[in-house]
Design a protein around this ligand. Structure first.
Ligand SMILES: *Cc1c(COP(=O)(O)O)cnc(C)c1O
Length: 390
């Protein structure tokens, strides 16, 4: 079976892990945690990086730091992994689910503007309230879907106009750039990344919060490491134990050493799929946007107008050819815990969810295996076989 997207563990991971064992620094302090934070900050243009146990815990801590609390609201895109919505719920807040735009599958700034204009109101105390619930809207949390940055200029302008925080869920976007700026400088107040096993680089599991001022970095480190003051078990706020361990960071440091070759391999894979399918108008590559470079976390095809039956048959056909595949993120407004969350939808995320098919794209996918995938896709679409034969 050709796997969809698996970790590429072929560098110094074992060597660094061995060092953790030999030195007994296996827990939440150690040289690799410090190295990982400073090298990650360098790689993403951040002033600080605070490493955490997961992307989800990083999102939760970021939202908590931005003052999101019980009954508040945070705008999130409908097309994302459940962690985006869950992090809001972990603050006892409620996500407002807004659809994504057709061009880049990220939070649609036009819909956000209309929602803020028509469905929210400024209360006498100055708070921006969602009319439907009376809850206070605190933040926008766009997702960099597939590793491609959202429309950050427009979202920044909207956030400033309405006095909202802007937190980027850039979980799979390490290495992406936004209009020439590195990831942490895309305009968000805080940027969150994940090092789960299926991401571009992994730490086994883990996450990080990136930002641009040291004060915030110190506050987040404090918050995510039990808010301890001094050495005598004094704690000044209710903190979280969300630290990354030295073991995770050892893997993360080894992975970061190869960020550039991984990014190049991922971009090459995306380009080869795009070239292979470019003569079939129904098969569209994943979004790109001028000025931004995504991480190409996932590659695959979007099959315009495919019916549910055709998608099922396509997935079964890939499996028959030894190609692992599964549907992509089911939209948040269809998820049981969020069925009653406020929502503002255009139908794009439903359409993308039904018709998108990620294809194998591990950074060490061989060209032979990729050709097997390409051939299997091409044999499924009769119109293409006709074009090739005639
Ligand atoms: C992976 C992912 C997360 C969560 O990261 P974990 O490290 O698995 O907790 C959050 N948001 C998005 C968009 C993701 O893809």
């Amino acid at each position: 079976m050709i796997p969809l997207c698996i970790p590429n563990i072929s560098g110094n991971e074992g060597f660094y892990l061995q060092r953790c064992v030999q030195t007994t620094f296996v827990s939440s302090v150690g040289e690799f945690v410090d190295r990982f934070e400073s090298e990650l900050a360098d790689a993403t243009g951040a002033t600080f990086a605070v490493a955490t146990s997961a992307g989800t815990t990083a999102l939760h801590a970021a939202l908590h730091h931005c003052g999101v609390g019980p009954g508040d609201h945070v705008i999130i895109p409908s097309l994302t992994f459940i962690a985006t919505a869950n992090a809001v719920a972990h603050c006892h807040a409620i996500p407002v689910i807004i659809d994504v735009d057709r061009d880049c599958w990220c939070l649609d700034p036009d819909l956000v503007e209309v929602y803020l204009e028509e469905k929210c109101e400024r209360a006498p105390d100055g708070e921006l309230k969602v009319k439907e619930t009376g809850g206070v809207l605190k933040a926008l949390m766009p997702v960099f879907a597939m590793g491609l940055p959202a429309e950050m200029h427009r979202l920044r302008a909207i956030a400033d106009r309405y006095g909202l925080k802007l937190i980027a869920d850039a979980a799979a976007a390490v290495g992406a750039t936004f209009e020439g700026a590195p990831l942490a400088e895309s305009g968000a107040d805080l940027t969150v990344v994940s090092f789960n096993g299926n991401k571009l680089i992994t730490a086994g599991g883990g996450g990080a919060i990136l930002g641009m001022d040291f004060e915030t970095g110190r506050a987040l480190k404090h918050l995510t490491s039990t808010a301890r003051v001094g050495q005598a078990y004094d704690h000044d706020v209710v903190g979280f134990n969300y630290r990354m361990t030295n073991l995770q960071a050892a893997v993360g440091v080894a992975q970061l050493e190869r960020l550039q070759p991984f990014l190049k391999a991922k971009a090459d894979i995306a380009r080869r799929y795009e070239n292979a399918f470019k003569d079939v108008p129904r098969l569209r590559p994943f979004p790109v946007r001028r000025g931004s470079v995504g991480s190409h976390w996932l590659s695959g095809v979007f099959i315009a107008d495919a019916s549910d039956e055709e998608m099922s048959a396509f997935r079964a056909h890939l499996l028959d050819h030894g190609i692992e595949n599964r549907p992509f993120w089911k939209p948040m407004h269809q998820q049981t815990p969020y069925l009653s969350a406020p929502q503002y939808l255009s139908g794009v995320s439903d359409s993308v969810w039904k018709r998108v098919q990620p294809l194998p794209c591990s950074s060490h996918l061989s060209e032979t295996d990729q050709q097997t995938v390409i051939d299997a896709v091409l044999t499924f679409f009769p119109e293409l076989s006709q074009a090739l034969n005639g």
